[in-house]
Write a protein that binds this ligand. Structure first.
Ligand SMILES: [Zn+2]
Length: 541
């Protein structure tokens, strides 16, 4: 006879329409046994009442449908972002709001490095700076002997110093897409998208896979998640080699590890091989490590002007973006994955990338019709009504990058798309009205992990300068809370196991200091996260 624990809470928000709230939840074997009042589990035998959470509001453990494991590991590099940010240990890193601050901050940081270590920074974003663009000559002020690479916050661009350019063999004679040159014909130091960045990453030993798969990085990732009330999270471009799998199975298999992880295999290479690997990985799935889906990277990032955007393109007349995967390859990947019944998560920032991806899924479905694939369009930043309707027709899900409204909304008005298109970005209202399954995400570490903040963005659509960007696309608090729990669980095909508090599901809860449905919607982001319950185990912060 295993023990039954009945947790009492101030309020339990269940996401179960049959019983929208409750005061008690009974847990046995890590799962929800019953929900209701104090006597909800009495007919199951002897129970132990637990008052530890009596002061708190519980909701289903939040589900982050688009994040990256390096959200923990990136803190091993120097943070060079514009916004203040808190690391996994709770330390505040002050934002660097101009190039001088970046140069000064990184010069200080470099003093702590060994003589042969490269200096790697992350989180920088030139779009917030009104001065000239960061270039190799700025970074050369820090050092000309030590290679330096500053990865931008979108992870689609970087800037490097002359030493790093030299190591990668980039010079005036280089003719490669994404290696940006100045008026003098020499590389400026800015590199756009994967093909241009990989040679630098290889030579400087910047290894997102290695960074993400150490036990420390995984522990940091769990720490970041717990602080945000997240109990299930994705790693949405994983390499998942055999060694990685062993480490992940070991760590997630520990009883006290407080997180379910869904690593999604990055689709780089031959479609057949990728599908084979995804099928092999799927066989190792457990309750806490769910494998078998793949991630396609199509275009770049809107704020880096590398997203593929339909006419009339960018307001500044910038060239129209970069394909990380060529359209014909997107078609080939979609066809193979659909044929094999493998779920795809497809990165689409610009509306041209969404258009190509939707058409490729449509073609694949014509060749291999099958319901229930739940392919997920990820980011969906520029998708309009027509594209949401087609996504619905095809049985696709959408995971919307709501945090962009606050972080980059003003820049999208001024610098990338112009006001009219910026106001209909991340169109959660349209998506819900068209009946497409919707999740909301942070893309951590691109923006910080925090589903309540992400929900707040979708509800209020406030930008950093305090304007409401596209009031017509605001959604309600209830809709947003559903999107960060059940909505995201559905996109991961985990909706039978997590996402709501009801009998039979995993006992995964977020412990909150306030009721998110009762506070002013503008205060939703400030609702304190006190910890999580994971598989019935209480983890208070
Ligand atoms: Zn991402």
């Amino acid at each position: 006879m295993t023990q039954i624990t009945v947790f009492k809470a101030k309020k339990i928000i269940t996401m179960d329409p049959n019983r929208r709230d409750a005061t008690h939840v009974a847990v046995r074997d890590g799962k929800v046994l019953a929900v209701g009042g104090a006597t909800c589990a009495d007919q199951w035998g002897a129970v132990t009442h637990d008052e530890t959470l009596a002061h708190a509001t519980l909701m289903p453990g939040m589900v982050e449908g688009h994040a990256h494991m390096m959200a923990g590991a990136m803190w091993r590099y120097a943070y060079a972002g514009y916004h203040d940010r808190i690391d996994p240990q709770g330390k505040l890193w002050t934002g660097m709001t101009d190039i001088d601050a970046v140069v000064d901050g990184l010069t200080t940081y470099a003093q702590g490095l060994g003589p042969d270590d490269p200096l790697v920074g992350w989180g920088f974003d030139p779009i917030f700076l009104t001065s000239e663009r960061l270039s190799a000559k700025h970074l050369d002020q820090i050092s000309t002997d030590r290679p330096i690479a500053i990865i931008f916050s979108n992870f689609h661009l970087m800037c490097v110093n002359s030493k790093a350019l030299e190591m990668a063999g980039y010079d005036g004679g280089t003719n490669a897409e994404g290696v940006i040159k100045g008026p003098d014909g020499a590389p400026t130091g800015e590199l756009q998208e994967m093909a241009a960045m990989f040679p630098i990453m290889r030579r400087l030993g910047i290894d997102f896979r290695g960074l993400s798969q150490t036990p420390e990085a995984i522990a940091d990732f769990a720490e970041v998640a717990q602080r945000a009330g997240v109990t299930t999270i994705t790693d949405l471009f994983s390499s998942m080699e055999d060694d990685d799998l062993k480490v992940m199975l070991d760590i997630t298999g520990r009883d006290t590890f407080p997180l379910r992880i869904v690593p999604v295999l990055g689709a780089m290479g031959e479609p057949v091989q990728i599908a084979d690997r995804a099928e092999t990985l799927a066989k190792s799935s457990t309750d806490k490590l769910r494998l078998g889906a793949v991630k396609l990277m199509t275009d770049g990032s809107i704020q880096g002007w590398t997203a593929r955007v339909k006419w009339p393109h960018y307001v500044g007349g910038q060239p129209n973006g970069i394909w990380n995967t060529a359209p014909e390859q997107i078609y080939a990947l979609c066809d193979e994955m659909q044929k094999r019944g493998i779920q795809m998560h497809i990165h689409v920032n610009g509306d041209e990338a969404a258009e190509v991806s939707i058409a490729a899924i449509e073609a694949a479905l014509r060749n291999h019709p099958a319901p229930g694939h739940r392919h997920v369009l990820q980011h969906c930043q520029m998708m309009g009504r027509d594209q949401y309707q087609r996504a619905k027709e095809l049985g696709c899900c959408t995971n919307i990058f709501a945090n962009h409204i606050w972080y980059f909304g003003d820049q999208h008005v001024e610098l990338t798309l112009g006001r009219d298109r910026a106001e209909r970005m991340d169109a959660a209202r349209t998506a819900l009205d068209e009946g497409v399954p919707v999740a909301l995400h942070s893309d951590a570490p691109v923006t910080p992990l925090g589903p309540l903040f992400t929900a707040w963005c979708a509800v209020n659509r406030q930008t950093m300068t305090g304007q409401t960007l596209g009031a017509a696309q605001c959604i309600t608090v209830d809709e947003a809370l559903y999107a960060i729990t059940m909505g995201a669980a559905y996109t991961l095909k985990l909706d039978a196991e997590i996402g709501s508090i009801e009998a039979g599901k995993q006992a995964d809860f977020a412990i909150l200091g306030d009721d998110p449905t009762a506070v002013d919607p503008m205060a939703l982001k400030d609702v304190p996260v006190l910890g999580t319950v994971h598989g019935g185990q209480v983890h208070l912060l």
